[in-house]
Design a protein around this ligand. Structure first.
Ligand code: ARG
Length: 467
């Protein structure tokens, strides 16, 4: 039986009927729908709508639905169910008879879908946070293993200054830790129970909303039934937070594609995550990174889909809101599948430390250090910059690096240059110069590694534990 057929004389156009169904995708919400239904059933008992025998029958029926769904995926091949709510009602009635229809007392699908989606987002956040923790762990381990290895850091994709490889890897850990923090904030706003909001004006039976919320492990209930049944901010916020993860992964992917090219030669692609060319026998392609780069578009696109679906929608529930489900599922499933693969890639990739170091030692990446040498001897910074710029120009003309110039040649640019300048131009000295919190001096990076380890460990321990 349909959930609404009483006032209709005609049956639905079969094409329309099939097209408007959400069960093909909202079957993902079965677990949440069952949990919310158990909580509602218990509130119906407390409110005197169900007797204890009916409650037991309903709870047993709901458990059986869960068991059958777990036992066989075909169980949800129900081509008549309109949505997950209808599916559960149909199954329940076929299991326990007409008492099954009593479960819908005092509730509306409008609040049910809002509740299911909130519970789904809550679980999805825990899963993404836990996978982000594992990803951070992989980056951190590679950073710890890289010791004192150095590489060039780039601005404008031009070599700028040398940094420790660990410093570069920790930049990604920072991004993913921010993502995990953002998700935790979204979780707080999603984890609120809308049950008892009815269709728009509030439940028609005296239900204990707080008890339902406690049953679902939600610390609070929504304050306004109109808002509660039409709000999808938490979906948008979650997908938006996922788009940050996608964004960060796409920047990482782009660097991997560049750094594994012959022109950079910093990274050897892991064979387990690369493919060859059917035509060119020598090829090994960075497929994983390329697909990560492209799949980020899919996640970012879902934010736009949600914004446009919700924009200008009058209060309260509209069937438009059904269209917020697939963007949510797509964004989550895309990120959920990516994260462990990226982690495997990071663990397997090989760094060409020697080549990185060579590139960190050439290309005048000590020019700022040379200017700093003069600044420390009283030269105004702008003038020191000019002096060293001219020395760089001279070195380029004679195909050398700054440290290849003789002292006499250097002194032609500034008489303040002395023998000790050469010690300031070496890679280790240049690295050590950046001795501020957050800088690349090895002592600072060691502290940063310890700090990052603390944060990653706390994320890994708390990904599923929330106040
Ligand atoms: N499948 C619907 C959705 O996802 C459930 C709510 C239906 N409510 C209604 N009044 N038709 O939005």
């Amino acid at each position: 039986m349909k959930m609404w057929s009483g006032r209709f004389r005609q049956s639905l156009d079969p094409g329309f009927e099939n097209w408007q169904r959400s069960f093909p995708f909202d079957r993902r919400l079965l677990g949440q729908e069952l949990a919310a239904s158990r909580a509602h059933a218990r509130a119906l008992r407390t409110g005197g709508v169900l007797d204890s025998g009916e409650l037991i029958a309903i709870l047993r029926g709901l458990d059986q639905i869960a068991e059958q769904a777990a036992a066989s995926p075909e169980f949800t091949n129900d081509h008549e169910a309109e949505d997950v709510h209808h599916f559960v009602e149909r199954q329940l009635v076929s299991l326990i008879g007409e008492t099954g229809y009593k479960l819908h007392s005092g509730r509306s699908r409008n609040e049910q879908i809002a509740a299911d989606l909130r519970l789904y987002v809550r679980e999805a956040i825990d899963q993404v946070r836990s996978k982000l923790g594992e990803l951070c762990e992989a980056f951190l381990e590679r950073a710890e293993q890289s010791g004192s290895s150095a590489m060039p850091a780039y601005t404008h994709l031009q070599r700028a200054e040398p940094v420790l490889v660990a410093h570069w890897l920790l930049a990604y850990v920072e991004m993913f830790l921010r993502d995990a923090g953002r998700l935790e904030e979204v979780r707080r706003r999603a984890n609120i129970s809308p049950l008892g909001s009815g269709a728009v004006a509030g439940a028609t039976l005296a239900l204990d909303r707080d008890a339902i919320a406690a049953d679902l492990d939600c610390p609070a209930i929504t304050a306004n039934s109109i808002d509660a049944t039409s709000d999808r901010d938490f979906v948008l916020e979650f997908v938006n937070a996922l788009s940050f993860v996608a964004l960060h992964l796409s920047r990482w992917a782009e660097e991997m594609i560049l750094f594994s090219s012959g022109e950079f030669g910093f990274i050897e692609l892991p064979e387990a995550y690369s493919t060859g060319s059917s035509a060119m026998p020598q090829k090994k392609n960075p497929d994983l990174a390329e697909l990560v780069r492209a799949k980020s578009a899919r996640v970012i696109g879902q934010v736009t889909a949600l914004l446009v679906t919700l924009k200008a929608l009058p209060l309260a529930y509209h069937k438009d809101l059904q269209e917020t489900q697939e963007p949510l599922f797509t964004a989550f499933e895309t990120i959920d599948a990516l994260l462990p693969l990226v982690r495997g890639w990071i663990e397997a990739a090989e760094f060409n430390f020697q080549h990185m170091r060579e590139r960190a030692q050439s290309g005048f990446m000590n020019a700022w250090a040379a200017a700093t040498y003069l600044v420390n001897r009283g030269v105004p910074s702008r003038l020191a910059h000019e002096v060293v710029g001219r020395a760089v120009q001279f070195s380029l003309d004679t195909d050398r690096e700054l440290e290849d110039l003789s002292l006499d040649e250097l002194r032609a640019f500034s008489p303040l240059f002395a023998e000790d300048v050469y010690a300031c131009l070496g890679l280790e000295a240049v690295l050590a110069l950046h001795d501020v919190p957050g800088g690349t001096a090895p002592t600072r990076v060691r502290q940063a590694l310890e700090e990052a380890r603390r944060k990653v460990e706390s994320l890994r321990e708390n990904a599923h534990a929330h106040a």
